[in-house]
Design a protein around this ligand. Structure first.
Ligand SMILES: [Zn+2]
Length: 165
């Protein structure tokens, strides 16, 4: 069953078409539009001196490639709390939110549209313990990064470089 194929209010089949300036799911029985929104992520810059932390992705999209640590913000969770949770789950590190770096977005991924909040975390140089969605975690010199899985992550890294140089 496709997401929003049926009305969550009455259970009848939704229509999908152009309405109020966008393509939307719409229930003709309840006469309501089922609005959809991008999913926000906390995407993390974790610097130690001139290096940043990257994780090797254990799952698609980008399986086997390096990217910034992070993940989707959950309900009842601030971006800062999501950042701490994802950092710990993926690398075993505890960190504190330092500052907002940059936002980027990405349409039509396997998760739908995504809004990425690039957040800088203050961390200590402690042993890494890759886990959860990460098969490896390492620090890389900012001027010698490996291939990065996502253009949106590269934009956040570039903004961070701008702010620090
Ligand atoms: Zn309905």
């Amino acid at each position: 069953m496709a997401y929003l194929e049926f009305c969550s209010n009455c259970g009848n089949k939704n229509d999908r078409g152009w309405i109020e300036g966008n393509i939307r799911f719409h229930c003709n029985y309840c006469n309501i539009i089922h609005y959809e929104n991008p999913k926000p992520t906390a995407t993390l810059i974790c610097p130690i001196k001139n290096s940043i932390l990257l994780v090797k992705r254990a799952f698609d999209p980008g399986k086997g490639l390096w990217g910034l640590p992070g993940g989707f913000i959950e309900l009842n969770e601030s971006p800062q709390d999501a950042a701490k949770r994802e950092l710990f789950e993926e690398t075993g590190l505890k960190g504190e939110f330092k500052r907002f770096i940059h936002f980027t977005y990405h349409f039509g991924t396997i998760f739908g549209d995504i809004l990425l909040l690039g957040l800088e975390m203050k961390i200590k140089n402690e042993p890494l313990r890759p886990g959860d969605d990460a098969s490896d975690a390492q620090f890389f010199e900012l001027n010698n990064l490996p291939y990065i899985a996502f253009e949106s992550h590269i934009k956040i890294i570039n903004k961070y470089k701008e702010l620090t140089t």
